[in-house]
Design a binder for this molecule. Structure first.
Ligand SMILES: O=P(O)(O)OC[C@H]1O[C@H](O[C@H]2O[C@H](CO)[C@@H](O)[C@H](O)[C@H]2O)[C@H](O)[C@@H](O)[C@@H]1O
Length: 248
């Protein structure tokens, strides 16, 4: 997965697509918004939804948020999002027109949720209810990480769901979608079709988005220091992303 190209910063936003029309796919946590101690403690910069709308206007609508959070949760933090958005790790897709794609996110069966909640109470990790699943967060007590990951993986396997790791988190969600499938879905339709896709993200789950962009003639931009990646470029942190996108 490792790429030496990912050591360097990307060329300017206006020149990265080398004369082709550019499409931007943007992860949320750790990319547009600084990581915080808990899922609800994030502090997005003021007016982020409007800044993204103006960014999308610059590219004739070819800009989408692609997040592991549910769309409802993103809008809880940002207010109404008018640009295209894929929530729930790609299982819930909404174009800027408001049109949805696919079947939407399926919520976690109550017996899995009950077991995750019980584990969280017993072991002091935070449970996050999500529209498409549930997550155990161990940022506040990383020593519980290994147990939480093992528990969630076994629970997911028992019920035929998928366990997926991220930054100090393990979540259970339905099999089938990921950020790569979200990018491919957007790229099939206007205004994205035929453009050069760029995915910016910081976490392991963003690798699928990077890979999809590469397959479609574009590139990934990794945020942060992680070594193993298929991204072609790297930006240091959230403020470098804002700066590169000219939304600061
Ligand atoms: O795909 P993303 O938009 O990056 O979402 C990934 C997960 O982000 C959130 O968790 C992460 O951010 C939290 C707030 O900074 C942090 O406390 C946690 O440790 C991180 O894993 C969100 O809570 C998850 O549901 C998303 O899947």
């Amino acid at each position: 997965m490792h790429s030496t190209l990912a050591q360097s910063a990307p060329p300017a936003l206006t020149s990265i697509a080398k004369g082709k029309e550019l499409a931007l796919f943007l992860d949320f946590d750790g990319t547009l918004v600084e990581i915080a101690d808990g899922p609800d403690e994030i502090a997005p910069i003021a007016g982020l939804a409007d800044r993204l709308a103006r960014l999308a206007d610059r590219f004739d609508g070819r800009c989408a948020l692609v997040s592991g959070r549910g769309i409802d949760n993103i809008e809880h933090h940002l207010g109404t999002v008018s640009i295209a958005i894929a929530g729930s790790h790609g299982s819930d897709i909404r174009f800027a027109s408001g049109k949805g794609m696919g079947q939407g996110a399926r919520s976690l069966p109550s017996e899995i949720e009950a077991e995750l909640r019980a584990f969280s109470h017993e072991h002091g990790v935070e449970y996050e209810h999500k529209s498409h699943g549930g997550a155990l967060h161990y940022r506040r007590n990383p020593e519980m990480g290994e147990r939480a990951v093992t528990f969630a993986k076994e629970l997911a396997a028992k019920h035929g769901w998928k366990a997926q790791g991220g930054k100090c988190v393990i979540e259970i969600l339905e099999k089938g979608s990921d950020k790569g499938s979200a990018v491919r879905s957007f790229m099939k339709d206007a205004p994205f079709a035929g453009s050069c896709p760029i995915f910016i993200g910081d976490d392991l789950t963003d690798e699928a988005g990077f890979a999809a962009c590469q397959e479609l003639g574009g590139v990934g931009i990794l945020v942060g220091k992680r070594a193993d990646t298929c991204a072609g470029y790297r930006l240091a942190d959230v403020s470098s992303v804002h700066n590169w996108l000219e939304i600061e």
